[in-house]
Design a protein around this ligand. Sequence first.
Ligand SMILES: [Mg+2]
Ligand SMILES: [Zn+2]
Length: 428
Amino acid sequence: MKPPEQAVILCGGLGTRLRPFTDSMPKPMIPVNGRPFLEHLLKQCASQGIQRFLLLTGYLGEQIQLYFGDGRLQGWEISYSHGPVEWDTGRRLWEVRNQMESRFLLLYSDNFVQFSMDHLMALHRSEQVPLSLLLAPKTKGNIRLSSEGGSKGRIDAYDKTREGHRLDFVEVGYMIVERDRVLPLFPTLKNYPDFSFSEVLQHLANVHQLAGLVVLNPYHSISDPDRLELMRSYLQPKKILLIDRDGVINQKAPRGEYISTWKHFQWIPETREAMKELAARGFKFIVISNQAGIARGMVDSAALEQIHKNMLSELCTDGVDILEIYVCPHHWDDYCDCRKPAPGMFFRASHDHLLRMDHTIYIGDDPRDCLAAQNAGCPCILVGDNPENETDVKAQPTLKAATLLDTIPWICAQFQNWAAGTEYSASH
Ligand SMILES: [Mg+2]
Ligand SMILES: [Zn+2]
């Protein structure tokens, strides 16, 4: 079963909540960092293997076609279907039934969430359903997953009233659709031919033929002016690096021991030098560190705070700015969502700093760091003589180097590409 190569995107809405911006332009054309929002979405799809786009336009749709044309300059194929403003989403899709490929990605043009087509396809393959989509956690949402506490599987309720139990999720778009299993449902719906596509989703949920995958990367939307501003900050290119502490910034304690006082904190000189050089080039840092010594009673949390205070003030003399230090204080038996290789601290950093995980880099010294970064959708640099043989974790770094100093040109090139709007492509 091959991943979709076509995206069908609903671009026809009035965008009333975005007035007055949408008085003179359709919502997908709203500028986000100098480009229409839709362009960010198309680029993201292209980075996940989509080559052909079918844009379903309505309100002021001619502006969309005028801007994107046939997509040839970008190496894409874009076609259009223009319909009256009054058409609802179901009608728009029905009208292009002959232009749909047998498996396609369906999107609304107002949400953006970092996702992996491989992960969504893996679910779609294993569930064998007509439609699989991405979900985001939300209290009083409209979707219930059948496996309690699960993060993927069959959806057994799609409840627009949001009144039912355990409606812990909402859909964020990004749906893999099997054309020949979904289209036959259209005429059976009561408001056919003009109806909302959400009726199809509701019907599929009722018959347990809908699968969902929870994405923990924060999602953003342009649906109202406040959220549009957050989207703009989120998609704004930044120069922020994520970095591990023990074994990267400072020498690691011997196995089973922890750095519990400042006098045991020993800098790794190459890292400190590299951070200074990167800071001079405009980079800031966020530290992400496991400190199970706290849960084990071997590190006092006040002492840890003092260590970090000293670390920050010494780095400050180098001009290095640490925006935040995220620490997991839990024991590995706690099964928390933040101890690496779990990606919880990465998502908190993304949420707090409106940071795209696919447009930053994590610097670690352990295969578990690579796995945590991979789980968060973040490229990773592995530095030092890492204990590859001591763990059964199998995760490949994006780049491997003896010291952080060696990687500065590579880091700068990645961020330049991201800032220029060129999608990152992994070398492996
Ligand atoms: Mg480490
Ligand atoms: Zn934790």
